[in-house]
Design a protein. Structure first.
Length: 130
């Protein structure tokens, strides 16, 4: 394992950290692992991840059921282009989502980011209102 000094030297040389003032003089905390809502630094100190690592880990870090599900799915495929292709997990999840939506919402659009989600929502509204 690299030393704290080595990691921080590379960090300063190669990274810009988002939402951090360029004049911020404290070294960043070096995280080595995480479990559920706890982050562990390289010295073993614990931190509660109160913002779910920017809302990405809303169910916690390294949960066994999530790790096992991802592992099992990745033995089949990880990600497949959705333009002109489909697959069983996507179809089943869409059907489950539609089952809990109001009856006038009958289709699902999967998106990987907020910008595309907003764009498609606007196009959907436009097609209904046009």
């Amino acid at each position: 394992m690299k030393s704290k000094k080595q990691i921080l030297a590379k960090d300063k040389k190669f990274l810009w950290h988002p939402f951090t003032q360029s004049s911020f003089s404290e070294d960043p905390i070096i995280i080595s692992s995480a479990k559920d809502e706890i982050l562990f630094d390289i010295e073993g100190k614990e931190y509660i991840d109160l913002i779910s690592s920017w809302w990405i880990n809303t169910h916690g870090h390294c949960r066994n059921e999530m790790v096992n599900s991802v592992f099992n799915q990745s033995k089949k495929f990880e990600q497949v282009l959705f333009a002109g292709f489909t697959h069983h997990p996507a179809v089943d999840l869409a059907a489950r989502i539609v089952d809990i939506l109001p009856k006038n919402l009958s289709r699902v659009f999967y998106s990987d980011n907020g910008s595309t989600s907003v764009e498609i929502a606007m196009k959907g509204c436009n097609s209904v209102l046009a």
